[in-house]
Design a protein. Sequence first.
Length: 390
Amino acid sequence: MKTLRIFTLFFASGFFFSGCVSDKLEVEEIPFEYYTQDELKLLQSKMNISEVPEDYISMVNSNASVNSPSNRKGILGRALFYDKNLSSDNSVSCASCHDQSKGFADDKAFSDGPENRKTTRNTLGLGVVRTFQHYYGTGGSSARFFWDERAQTLTDQTEETIQNPDEMGLKMDEVLEYVKNQQEYQILHKYAFPNRGMAKEHILDAIGVFINSISSSDSKFDLALNNSGSINSDMQGFTNVENIGREIFATNCNTCHGFSVAGAGFFGSSGFTTVANNGLEMDYEDLGVASFTGLKKDEGVFKVPGLRNVALTAPYMHDGRFATLEEVIDFYNNGIVQHPNLHDNLKTSSGLPKKLNITDSEKAALIAFLNTLTDDKMAQDVRWSDPFIN
């Protein structure tokens, strides 16, 4: 039995990820009942998948149906995100470096790649902002991708990661050939892209929908923010120590990290700091943004990472040099180097590097506040878990 349904599809710059929403309506003819019993049986022989679809679309459009093709892209994207066959030696997947239990980051300074390779930078967590799509897809002022922000869209970032020999090492044509030959992907693709032949753009689109659905909004901090309305005053439900840490954060850290912590609804969608030289050293072996711009002013400039779930995402910095939050705070307390490109937020009025100058008890309070940013629900949500049956 078939019926006609109308679905609102979201596109910007030709892709869903970029964050600009259009009102384009498109009529799709799709089966009234999605998976046949034979299809569901085959899918469930390989992965944990429900006949009732998980929700991957409401964070982008609260009115969208979970039965829409847009949402079904997330189901396909979840499988692709966890499939190690998308690497050159079948040893790593996207999730190998982006572990859900670790804020979709890794616990190593440099992650393991295929063929016994290592990544050249620390893995950036995907669960370190309130809403991935809203943080990275707010338009011209939004953050870009990678530590050096060389990729403008999630499509670019995903394609480059899959093809990078140190990360996954498989050409997109090879990925497409593999996906085309798997029965489970034939089924999932049919419902994600009705009446359309499989294409590498669909693979990138589906992975993007899955990643864009990742959100973190159920931490102790979120509950307190909802009750209090501001990070700049004592928050209901916080201990005295956590509120001391909140005040230290609001006074010293908020200018660079506030947007990723509280989200667009609190700070607005523009004007946030996306990259900075934070004075790690005077001579950078890794030049950061300058490695692709070639500009002197970009030397040592790297992405300002989000701090949600920061307690889960150690080690820290682009090279994973700091193993603990204590080490990070010690650096900002008295270790910033006066690099020529040091960001203005880290300078005093006389141009010298700032120092937190906080006591050991205040360090402990700041860490207590940062621990309130941990969202245990996100770290365990089945929607973003490994679907494959081992």
